[in-house]
Design a protein around this ligand. Structure first.
Ligand SMILES: [Zn+2]
Ligand SMILES: [Zn+2]
Length: 338
């Protein structure tokens, strides 16, 4: 493991700078890559994150948390260790953490995606000696179609449901995925309704300057509303919800990288799956790693050993990094990871 960082029972620790990156147990000083729950836990003494992460982080961990921010590219220095945050392209406010001490540079990727989208700052490759990369979709079977293609498919499916008299239910994570899907919906097709759990995040995104189509909060929908014209954004766990009573016929779709594997959506009890991930696919992962110029690569958070082995065959010093981040990759919980 890089000298600058070590895995402890609380998280990835920089002893010289006395801080942790995305710790999973309580620590005094936490540097947070992004606000998804497996990276940002409540109860830390203090938090440091990117400026445009602060709002959504407060929504996740409470309004009283002590959060300091850095602009992307801005640095702080703690005891000779220079720390800066750089766009990771995953969700609003997501960062890679660059850590430098006496010329040695380590970058912790957090979750990242290299294809730009309209809801967050685009990923920036950072040169480093050691790169710690996630590998949520680190298998060659995971290859994403272009976002514009998937948005086209979603909008066409919405129109098709309209002609069949069905409401369109779009299931995706509350933070990140739902806002990204919303950014690609064509409001000229029909009204867009959002579940109340999504509204604070949609507002936070707008407050940070992300342009999103108008939505009707679910509880504001009046009687006589024609649901068959609407697209309805909802969190993943629709089952057991009785608020769908009175809506009439509807069709459901789930948006996730896991949908790339044929048949997954059928087993998930949805009518349709769209392949849309906020993580890098296989090709982009390997490209991103080589773009850093890092000779040493530590792989975590997913298919670590497969990716590490492939990188070793490319001549890199790559190893699996066993860390205590809960890999919440089921895709139907509302944690993260799709
Ligand atoms: Zn995430
Ligand atoms: Zn994650």
């Amino acid at each position: 493991m890089a000298d600058l960082l070590q895995v402890t029972d609380r998280g990835l620790y920089c002893a010289d700078g006395d801080f942790y990156v995305d710790p999973w147990k309580r620590v005094d000083r936490a540097v947070i890559t992004h606000a998804h729950s497996d990276h940002a836990r409540p109860g830390m003494g203090s938090y440091l994150c990117a400026e445009d992460c602060k709002r959504v982080l407060h929504l996740r961990i409470g309004q009283k948390a002590s959060i300091e921010t850095l602009a992307y590219g801005e640095a702080v220095e703690w005891n000779g260790v220079r720390v800066s945050l750089h766009p990771a392209g995953h969700i609003l406010g997501s960062s890679q953490v660059r850590i430098e001490r006496r010329g040695e540079v380590v970058v912790v990727s957090g979750d990242y995606k290299t294809e730009p989208d309209r809801t967050c700052r685009a990923f920036e490759p950072i040169r480093c000696h050691t790169f710690i990369t996630e590998s949520t979709f680190g298998l060659p079977i995971y290859r994403w179609p272009k976002e514009s293609v998937v948005f086209g498919e979603i909008n066409r499916w919405w129109e098709k449901n309209q002609t069949e008299g069905k409401a369109t239910f779009l299931l995706g994570y509350s933070l990140g995925k739902s806002q990204r899907v919303l950014s690609g919906l064509d409001p000229s097709i029909g009204p867009i309704v959002a579940h109340s759990a999504l509204i604070p995040y949609i507002e936070a995104y707008r407050d940070e300057g992300v342009e999103l189509p108008a939505v009707i909060p679910l509880e504001s929908v009046g009687p006589g509303f024609d649901w068959s014209k609407a697209a309805v954004l909802v969190p993943p766990n629709l089952s057991g919800a009785n608020w769908t009573n009175g809506i009439g016929p509807f069709a459901t779709a789930y948006m996730s990288g896991w949908m790339a594997v044929r048949g997954t959506w059928r087993s998930r009890a949805v009518d349709k799956g769209f392949v849309m991930s906020d993580h890098v696919d296989w090709d982009s992962l390997i490209q991103a790693v080589t773009d850093t110029g890092a000779h040493r690569v530590l792989v975590t958070h997913g298919f670590s050993e497969t990716v590490a082995q492939f990188l070793r065959e490319l001549g890199l010093d790559a190893q699996e990094l066993k860390a205590g981040w809960r890999s919440d990759s089921d895709g139907f919980s509302d944690g993260d990871e799709d």
